[in-house]
Design a protein around this ligand. Sequence first.
Ligand SMILES: NC(=O)CC[C@H](N)C(=O)O
Length: 309
Amino acid sequence: MVELDGIIQDIAAEMAARTDRGQVATYIPELARVDPAAFGIALVDAEGQVCAAGDSDKPFSIQSISKVFTLTLALGKIGDGLWRRVGREPSGNAFNSIVQLEYEKGIPRNPFINAGAIAVADTILSGHKPNVALGEILRFLQFVSDDETIYIDHAVARSEQTTGFRNAALANYMKAFGILENPVELALGVYFHHCAIAMSCRQLAMAGRYLAFSGRHPTTGARVVSADRAKRINALMLTCGHYDGSGDFAFRVGLPGKSGVGGGILAIVPGKASICVWSPGLDPQGNSRLGSIALELLAKRMRWSIFGD
Ligand SMILES: NC(=O)CC[C@H](N)C(=O)O
């Protein structure tokens, strides 16, 4: 742990000095206000020990990282039936692309592109009122991270709700194919609000523990999902978690990971660690530029790539 702590501090110092930070997302106006110089990293190991550096306790907009947790909840609710409404293949397209939906009869390629995550939000919503569905998502995040202070940033949700025309197009398109069960505005409302949850690197690293440790909290042994389910969510993170940048992330980092346009990345080292990095500047695919560089350095120094050392 002492060695790991040193590596994390070195990486944070190296990232602080870099000037090639990418572009902060501006299509959600509220996200454009974030300081591009921020950088945080936190990691939890099998003993529950946390290593952290930089802005690791500063909450940021988790955006699409929330899709890992909504997928977990939707699978818990309807099990493998979810795969009749959402696919499991990488899309090779941008996260907000509409092109495949027409060819594939409104069934989104995977649960992490926007269309797929809206279908997942709709699944969680069925049978509930939107605020009950959102409460369930928020409580799940508070439970897996052991932290009741996690909240929805309503300014970010409103900002996206008033500008999210592409997501409205995706949702309407799926509704036309009968993929969404609930009214489009309600499914979108749940989606925008779970994307607007604010968490720090430390909270997200804690939240990812069940994926790193076979579906259980490593220290208490509390089961969140079966080992099989954790393994499969990791597989989807590896193949689809960075959209059309997923292949490059697997090539460079070699770990299951999920990015968000808020600049966070949750990365899982099966059996060893749950990691979250945050740097708001993005690459052209909408993934954190320095976040993936930091993970590449860490995975290399720790020999953590799942493909061998
Ligand atoms: N990649 C992302 O994080 C996208 C999420 C964002 N809320 C959107 O719908 O566009």
